[in-house]
Ligand binder design. Sequence first.
Ligand SMILES: [Zn+2]
Length: 205
Amino acid sequence: MNAVDKLSELFKEFPGIGQRQSKRFVYYLLSRNNGYLENLSTLIAELKNEIKNCSSCFRFFKNDKIKSPMCAVCRDASRDPALLTVVARDVDLEVIEKSHSYDGFYFVLGGTVPILEKNPEGRIRVHELMDVVKKRAISGLKEVILATSLNPEGENTADFVTKLLEPLVKEFSLKISVLGRGLSTGTELEYSDSDTIKNALKNRS
Ligand SMILES: [Zn+2]
């Protein structure tokens, strides 16, 4: 395999990218100057050093001066420890933060569970979620808010997580809630505006 094929095989693994697009990316790179390519390869090489996974919510965040294993949200002692919102992806956490209508903590699943998926554990952070909910339940967690998108895959994910958390819900008398219908059906959380999110949180049940 030559370099064009090798690189295009890697691009093919990107979400939503097929054979044809991955080839286009490679030829696009070939058309750019060396400075652009050097900048891109340096940024890729440094990505994992500069960005890390939060040890509590598992979002990606920039390694800062404090060198804490936790992101700024999880370190914030003024937030409400009774609330934990579970989202599929980092962008979902960001849109909820931007709405300024929520002051609890988060957990990022890192994906969703497609309907009929045979190996859901391979799709989302199952063990990490159980650990975090258990730890938080011991220190005051009361409610887990499932903030997945209102589409079939999002709802399937919420159902899966609900079943998963059942033993902990019983053990610690937790409440599980889902976002209210302020979000219209089929809406992806990441494309919702702040008012919609605010209403969906307020009308959770
Ligand atoms: Zn965090």
